[in-house]
Design a protein around this ligand. Structure first.
Ligand SMILES: Cc1ncc(COP(=O)(O)O)c(C=O)c1O
Length: 395
């Protein structure tokens, strides 16, 4: 018999995953070409060629015991050195190899950090709208997620409400920049203000509050936008990076945690994270993927393809009468539901075989998320369906 807590998780299973499955069933009935599935953040741009070239090279070399063997729980030293050097070159930082831990994607990294920081009953703050899995990850360690309501005027961090949500149990804040689901980039000015609130709060509660910077979309930005590098603004930062989106490798499960030496209790943190990686059962990030990443740190996905989708979808939906947040990064369009209960809107969209995600699952009811990391062709084909949907509401 499964545990009570698992029964709860089964009941509240991911809306996004459920939609994805529904899309497959719909496709079996009406044909895949007539279903417009905008539910999942699964990249449509193939991984750069260098990824395959590197994996082939690694496999062809006669060193299989090294390539497929166990290594330190933190990852291969040569890979961690390379990650630190690449960050330092790009962002003018001074990460040491000891502060880099290779992870099983951002999901693995977030779990490692939370396992390291949380005691039962501890609190983690996040700002709505947020990636819904944070709730599950925090509850994995009997912590509770405290959600700050969204600022629907700007979708920047709603800092005016932060201080009142911080208390002695607050251990960390999760920031996701660029943001899933809005595509908004939090500015350097916003992050400086966040740091000021945190400093005052730390003095009040008497212990550190870490900012976990979840950055799978760091490289996916448009119109020359710049994502501020967190450690330049927030001292107690733990960076959680993933190659799932930036190199289109979500199934390969590879990312890293980066901790700057100036954080409080650096030694305790990095030691704890290595042990967390082991005791959570990850043991280490996939070995072949780690070695490939070392070769591909300077590689980039074709952001231009997502940009083309972004411009077309944003302009078309605005022209039809929908209110949309203009995405500056990531690959999601956040759209205001024309009716208060966005679930009704999502159900209406389904009648046109459009699969959109209700933003209640991101802590922001009244909105929907459209993942535009799909083919341009599908977006073009979906236009009559969006037009028909728009006519239901705007005539
Ligand atoms: C904001 C955010 N964080 C974390 C993840 C998990 O990414 P990964 O595939 O690296 O585990 C995702 C995936 O969509 C995401 O959108």
């Amino acid at each position: 018999m499964v545990s009570k807590s698992m029964e709860q998780l089964v009941k509240g299973n991911s809306v996004i995953r459920a939609l994805f499955e529904e899309g497959k069933e719909m496709a079996a009935k009406v044909g895949a070409e007539n279903v417009y599935d905008f539910s999942l953040g699964n990249p449509s741009v193939p991984a750069p060629k260098a990824v395959r070239t590197s994996m082939k090279r690694i496999l062809d070399e006669d060193n299989s015991l090294y390539v497929h063997g166990y290594m330190s729980n933190e990852g291969y030293e040569e890979v961690r050195e390379a990650v630190a050097a690449s960050l330092n070159k790009r962002f003018g930082t001074s990460f040491a190899m000891s502060g880099i831990l290779m992870t099983v994607g951002a999901a693995g990294g977030l779990n490692v950090v939370l396992r390291t920081l949380l005691d039962p009953g501890d609190e983690v703050i996040c700002f709505a709208p947020f990636f819904g899995e944070y709730r599950n990850y925090v509850s994995n360690y009997q912590g509770s997620l405290v959600v700050i309501p969204p600022d629907t005027d700007t979708f920047q961090l709603n800092l005016s409400m932060l201080d009142e949500h911080i208390n002695e149990r607050t251990k960390a804040i999760i920031i996701n920049n660029p943001n899933n689901p809005t595509g908004v980039i939090y500015s350097g000015e916003t992050l400086d203000k966040l740091e000021a609130v945190l400093k005052a709060a730390e003095a009040r509660i008497g212990h550190s509050i870490y900012v976990i910077s979840d950055e799978p979309y760091r490289e996916l930005v448009y119109d020359g936008a710049v994502v501020p590098f967190m450690t330049k603004h927030i001292r107690n930062t733990i960076i959680c990076y993933s190659f799932s989106k930036s190199l289109s490798l979500p199934g390969e499960r590879i990312g890293y945690l980066a901790v700057p030496e100036e954080v409080d209790d650096y030694a305790g943190l990095v030691q704890g994270m290595a042990i967390a990686n082991r005791v959570l059962g990850f043991v280490n990030a996939p070995s072949l993927q780690q070695l490939m990443i070392k070769d591909c740190l300077e590689e980039q996905t074709d952001v231009g393809a997502y940009d083309k989708n972004r411009k077309f979808l944003y302009t078309s939906l605005k022209d039809m009468g929908f209110e949309c947040v203009k995405p500056e990064g990531a690959f999601y369009l956040f759209v205001k539901s024309p009716v208060e209960d966005e679930k009704i809107f999502v159900a209406e969209a389904k009648k046109h075989h459009l699969l959109l995600v209700p933003a209640s699952s991101f802590g922001c009811p009244g909105y929907v998320r459209i993942a535009y990391c799909v083919s341009y062709d599908m977006i073009e084909r979906s236009m009559p369906a969006f037009k028909a949907l728009a006519e239901t509401y705007f005539g």
